[in-house]
Write a protein that binds this ligand. Structure first.
Ligand code: CTP
Length: 404
């Protein structure tokens, strides 16, 4: 799991070094951001030495070149992190987050980040009890952020009461449990295809389909989060690939086939979520087809079936295909599973409203080589991707046991 660790300016900032260590001990990659105030309490060097990474100390770099690259740095960190942990979260940081102020790196990152947020406040008892801080905490809890309550005791300011940063080991445990990330795909290389293909008709026209790529990209994200190396072969889509995948952009079915077959040998699992065109114009005219008053007939030839080709060469790799159906869902999926030598078909009724092409959710039935039929409830595509991998791992165990 990749954790962005934001450190606020409080006396407890030194404990954030222990937290970085505790997170690393649990297998996390930690990238540290120090606010300007935090740098009054602790040096970036401490964190650089602990994490082996450059520590982020401001929104803008010193030279024009650094300014150019650092201006999108908060977006990069937001994209690459699975969790944002802030410890100590000062009263000022809580207020900034609650109100959406973005005047430094950490507050800007907070707004750009969409993953799990864990805040560990530490401050003077009166500041902690102040109605402004209470209201800010309520707002942050309401957004689903996890607040790690401070402990009670003697504070640096001389007061006794709540306000002391929770123990780093405790914060690390909450981060791990809250993010709920399993790393059960570590050591796997998952080859994912996603999106539509575009088949040119002439120099300016093409035929394609309504696939948005969202399902395949969710599969790639899930595999990455669970520790796999991911090769994403993507047709033309308007969504952004998750940071950390090896992205191979293709346009046509032939290009997609070449990319898949070239990389098949490196993969341990192949998930073919792409909506590949079944037909293409074999000889595309170099120029633009001119308009006449005559009827235009184009003769299309079948494209190579990439899934079937992968099925012939798969060896003991796990091969998962998708089947977009408007009719008999399970029957057709079974037929495709046999015909293309797959281990699992994710069957998708594309005529349901609110699920399938272009939508955020999907409702699928898994058809397994073992004969099992598993209907999944409608869920966000990332969750569906999670269930596909859960069943894929179980299926592999079952297939290995049967082969013995
Ligand atoms: N597929 C492929 N190459 C093709 C066509 C499809 O690899 N030329 C893959 C898709 O990526 C998907 C699976 O085959 O994983 C099933 O796609 P689908 O369109 O449902 O099936 P088809 O075999 O094309 O059958 P039909 O369109 O007649 O239902």
């Amino acid at each position: 799991m990749r954790v962005a660790l934001g450190v606020g300016g409080g006396i407890a900032a030194y404990k954030a070094a222990e937290l970085a260590r505790a997170l690393q001990d649990r297998g996390c990659q930690v990238e540290v951001i120090l606010t300007a105030a935090a740098q009054q309490f602790i040096q970036p060097l401490t964190f650089a030495a602990l994490t082996g990474r450059r520590v982020i100390t401001g929104l803008f770099g010193a030279t024009p070149d650094e300014v150019l690259s650092s201006s999108i740095e908060h977006i990069r960190v937001a994209r690459e992190s699975d969790a944002l942990v802030v410890a100590p979260a000062t009263a000022d940081l809580l207020a900034k987050f609650a109100h959406g102020l973005a005047d430094d790196f950490l507050s800007t990152l907070y707004l750009a980040f969409t993953g799990a947020v864990v805040l560990a406040p530490a401050m003077n008892t009166n500041m902690w009890s102040h109605p402004a801080t209470r209201a800010n905490l309520e707002a942050l809890r309401g957004r689903g952020h996890r607040i790690v309550e401070p402990g009670e005791g003697a504070l640096a300011c001389g007061m006794v009461g709540p306000g002391r940063l929770a123990e780093p080991e405790h914060i690390a445990e909450i981060v791990m449990a809250g993010a709920g990330m399993r790393r059960d795909l570590e050591g796997e290389t998952v080859l994912v295809t996603a999106g539509p293909t575009e088949e040119p008709l002439d120099a300016v026209r093409f035929v394609s389909n309504r696939s948005s790529g969202k399902m395949g990209y969710a599969v790639a994200e899930e595999a990455l989060a669970r520790g796999a190396k991911v090769i994403l072969v993507s047709g033309p889509v308007s969504i952004t690939a998750p940071a950390g995948v090896e992205l191979i952009r293709v346009r046509t079915a032939i290009e997609m086939r070449d990319a898949v077959l070239e990389n098949l040998g490196r993969a341990t699992m192949i998930v073919k979520a792409a909506a590949v065109a079944d037909y293409h114009l074999a000889n595309v005219p170099a120029g633009k087809i001119k308009k006449t008053t005559e009827r235009l007939t184009l003769e299309l030839d079948p494209t190579p079936d990439i899934l079937a080709e992968a099925g012939r060469r798969k060896g003991d790799r796990l091969l998962i295909g998708f089947a977009a159906e408007t009719g008999r869902l399970v029957g057709e999926a079974r037929r495709k599973l046999e015909a293309k030598n797959c281990d699992m078909i994710v069957a998708n009724a594309v005529n349901q409203s609110g699920a399938g092409f272009g939508s955020e959710e999907n409702e699928v039935t898994l058809v397994l080589r073992t004969g099992d039929i598993i209907p999944l409830p409608r869920a966000p595509k990332r969750e569906v991707a999670g269930r596909i991998f859960d069943h894929a791992l179980q299926l592999r165990l079952a297939l290995h046991a049967a082969a013995r």
